[in-house]
Design a binder for this molecule. Structure first.
Ligand code: NAD
Length: 411
């Protein structure tokens, strides 16, 4: 499988070459500013000792403090964290969020730890981050982390500094100084971008057939918004497999089924299909909303969708993208499509700084304006340089970062 960091660098290089970004800026962005690679010793509940590997990557802080998620997965690699930190650098810059890109994580399967072990590990993670703080680096949540871990992180930071500092940690619950609207922000942002892109690429709403891979926080939200808009969701999947109905799936009823049964399996009026088969279905719009690299050299020739929206991070490999580009299948790239979560994290920070908390309408209307602007700027750049939307998005971001790097006198 492709090395995800090398693929991210290849996209960076291509965008830089097309827009003739200063070579010194490109060299600066070819590696992270700082990598913290450390071990966390943990005394387990049964008295045994275990050593965990952890990382935090500050990719670039040219336009603001580094910011974003913390991933707890058993197969975490440093390259994965570097790639995600670079994606966040681009995502913030293209969306007009004054933040740099950061990412971190621990090589751990959180389901194998007791709650008390998880809390001690999380607190130790925060103690080991150097430097840290609301004006330096702000960890958020990602796979394996949630309101609970973010609350422990914030409490640990505040215990260390002796002051309340809600802006030191993102993705915390409302009761700890978080924001309303964060749970749906990514899915709703994808919906706003999708509506804009459908207009640009002349995709009718009525009767449009959509396939969604992944029915978690993001996939279920985007599926419901599109369903409410009148699009026909003909197939969805989760890790257990997929379900199909050519008449369209009742998404609110499916959500209820998942709440009651834990997964989508056996939903009435649908046929069971595999996750691979699902990606290859005849449809108008395909939305991969699960994991990376699902569209790759092995299946790209069988992809029949006319339009793809990347809800997951990096679901299409570079090799596969070349094939899709040659077949003129437009792709709305991850760095724009799923930026809603990062944008609303910025609103979380603004509310923490001002101590003035917004209502849901305020959050969602600002999100719509900001993410649609990011999409439109990417589209304008793609048209100007006669390139893909992905490269258009990266060019938009690189121009912004480059200006800041030069004004700072770094190159
Ligand atoms: P989630 O854990 O809530 O849901 C993931 C879904 O994908 C689940 O339905 C799971 O069963 C399914 N899945 C997992 N592995 C699969 C596989 N191999 N094949 C098919 N389905 C599989 O996660 P989420 O928060 O919805 O995130 C989904 C994607 O969106 C991830 O790539 C994530 O990095 C990206 N993303 C999420 C956010 C956010 O705010 N949650 C923001 C930006 C990007």
């Amino acid at each position: 499988m492709e090395n995800v960091f090398q693929s991210a660098l290849a996209t960076l290089k291509k965008a830089g070459e097309i827009a003739q970004i200063d070579e010194r800026v490109m060299e600066l962005l070819s590696r992270p500013k700082r990598i913290t690679d450390f071990s966390i010793p943990l005394k387990m509940d049964n008295g045994n000792f275990k050593l965990f590997t952890a990382y935090r990557v500050h990719y670039s802080d040219a336009i603001g403090p580094t910011r974003d998620g913390t991933r707890y997965v058993p197969d975490l690699s440093l390259d994965e964290v570097k790639a995600l930190a670079l994606f966040m650098t681009i995502k913030h810059a293209v969306s007009g969020v004054p933040a740099g890109g950061g990412k971190g994580g621990i090589k751990v399967d959180p389901s194998k730890l007791s709650e008390w072990e998880l809390e001690r590990l999380t607190r130790a993670f925060i103690r080991n981050l150097i430097p840290k703080g609301p004006n330096v680096d702000i960890p958020g949540a990602d796979i394996g982390t949630n309101y609970k871990t973010q609350s422990w992180m914030l409490d640990e930071y505040e215990q260390i500094t002796g002051e309340h500092a809600p802006t030191a940690i993102n993705d915390k619950p409302y009761s700890m100084g978080g924001t309303v609207g964060s749970a749906e922000a990514t899915g709703l942002g994808i919906f706003y971008v999708a509506m804009e892109a459908f207009r640009d690429y002349e995709i009718d709403i009525e009767g449009t057939e959509v396939v969604v891979q992944g029915f978690g926080q993001v996939g279920a939200t985007i599926a419901r918004y599109l369903y409410d808009q009148g699009l026909r969701i003909i197939a969805v999947s989760d890790i257990t497999g997929g379900i199909y109905s050519d008449e369209g799936i009742d998404i609110p009823a499916l959500k209820k089924h998942v709440e009651e049964n834990g997964n989508i399996e056996g939903f009435t009026g649908t046929t069971k299909i595999g996750n691979d088969e699902l990606l290859e279905l005849e449809c108008d719009v395909l939305i991969p909303a699960a994991v990376q690299n699902v569209i790759n050299k092995n299946n790209v020739d069988n992809i029949k969708a006319k339009f793809i929206i990347e809800a997951a991070n990096g679901p299409i490999t570079t090799e596969a993208e070349k094939v899709l580009n040659s077949r003129n299948i437009p792709i709305v790239p991850d760095v724009v499509a799923n930026a809603g979560g990062a944008i609303v994290c910025h609103y979380e920070r603004i509310q923490g700084i001002t101590n003035d908390y917004w209502d849901l309408d305020q959050v969602n209307s600002r999100l719509k304006k900001q993410i649609v602007t990011a999409y439109n700027k990417s589209k304008e750049a793609a048209d100007e340089y006669d390139t893909s939307l992905r490269i258009g998005a990266w060019i938009t971001a690189l121009k912004r970062i480059s200006q800041s790097v030069k004004m700072r006198g770094w190159v």
